[in-house]
Design a protein around this ligand. Structure first.
Ligand SMILES: Cc1cc2nc3c(=O)[nH]c(=O)nc-3n(C[C@H](O)[C@H](O)[C@H](O)COP(=O)(O)O)c2cc1C
Length: 345
């Protein structure tokens, strides 16, 4: 029997961001103490189910979504919890504080979170130092890239190129995040022309550096669940045109109406502004993954993320066409046994 419901009961009495920081530090510390790391692996590791995706071999289909380990300080410990891949970030070129607190809210009645973090982080150089310690093949590490708050939208590409140069040698794959709702204007980069210009520059940079790097680093694009069908078609066309390696669907939603479960009735925190994640997001993300698979055909790799709280949602997301999956809010509500629950049952 899992003890996590009792642990969660205690953790949920404290401020969500404080609890997140403490658990992240604890997981990071455990990962650096070999006997504890060994024990964690013994408890949480899952049988290998290797899967090939955009040129990489993932140990299994379940990964940790961006935002959990923004600065890459705890990936050693997180790797002991059974994840086949871990996505670090969002990383911005310079360190920045993010939005004023409070900026993370629980909606336990709906198994959801609302956040308006705004990419707080210690900046690219700090994160790069954490990754240089990586033992190859230990776990697949992605790095999710975003622009600084004070970089004007017209110059956003410079931030992404700076980050590409720093992380292409260190990461297994990179993600262009143009879908977080908490950095003003960021999601406008999903519009056809803006996205085309940005991805074209990244494409060129990848071509120029490929020889020196000795590898072709896969680049994926992470999108919002709130795109209309026409906007999604534009994104898919540009992604194909610019040779991107896949789509991550989806980020959090700014929607509050018409969600199942009806969070507006269920939770007092539902009126907080920011991105909503967890169970109410599941149907939106699932629909998005299904549409992408129908429109883009069989070959485009899709990482499905949004409201995966257990085995049922994971299976539905794979049936809808996802190749890999990621979780975040599920980890908060179901605890560290989630990966094992999904993979082993
Ligand atoms: C507190 C919090 C912070 C997040 N930060 C980021 C981020 O920095 N970059 C990003 O691409 N997604 C971020 N996300 C979105 C998640 O990666 C994921 O796409 C989303 O939460 C949906 O998955 P879930 O329902 O399993 O949480 C964040 C989510 C949460 C809850």
């Amino acid at each position: 029997m899992s003890l996590y419901p009792i642990v969660r009961e205690i953790l949920f009495r404290f401020d969500p961001e404080v609890v997140h920081k403490l658990t992240l530090n604890l997981i990071g510390l455990c990962g650096r103490v070999p006997p504890i790391a060994f024990l964690l692996r013994h408890i949480y590791s899952v049988p290998a189910q290797p899967i090939e995706c955009f040129g990489l071999t993932f140990p299994n289909r379940i990964g940790l979504a961006a935002g959990y380990d923004k600065d890459g300080t705890a990936w050693h410990g997180l790797a002991c919890l059974g994840f086949g891949h871990i996505e670090i970030g969002t990383v911005t070129p310079k360190a920045q504080p993010g939005n004023p607190k409070p900026r993370l809210f629980r909606l336990p009645e709906a198994q959801a979170l609302i956040n308006r973090m705004g990419f707080p982080g210690r900046g690219a150089e700090f994160v790069a130092r954490q990754l240089r310690r990586k033992i190859p093949a230990e776990v697949i590490l992605g790095v999710n890239l975003g622009k600084n708050k004070d970089t004007p939208l017209e110059r956003a590409a410079e931030d992404y190129l700076t980050l590409f140069d720093i992380f292409a040698p260190l990461a297994d794959y990179l993600v262009v995040n143009v879908s977080s709702p908490n950095t003003l204007g960021l999601r406008q980069l999903q519009a056809r022309q803006a996205l085309d210009e940005l991805l074209d520059k990244l494409y060129q940079r990848r071509q120029e550096t490929q020889k020196a790097l000795g590898k072709r680093v896969p680049v994926l694009v992470k999108i919002a669940p709130d795109l209309a069908d026409r906007e999604l078609d534009d994104v898919l066309e540009v992604v194909a045109l610019r040779g991107m390696d896949g789509i991550i669907a989806t980020n959090t939603t700014v929607r509050r109406q018409d969600l199942t479960p009806d969070i507006l009735k269920l939770s007092p925190n539902a009126s907080e502004s920011g991105g909503l994640s967890g169970l109410p997001l599941f149907w939106l993300s699932l629909a998005m993954v299904r549409k992408i698979r129908q429109r883009a055909g069989e070959r485009l790799p899709i990482i499905g993320v949004g409201g995966i709280m257990g085995r049922d949602q994971a299976k539905a997301m794979l049936d809808a066409g996802a190749n890999l999956l990621q979780v975040y809010t599920g980890l908060v509500y179901r605890g560290p046994g989630l990966v094992k629950e999904i993979v082993v049952g």
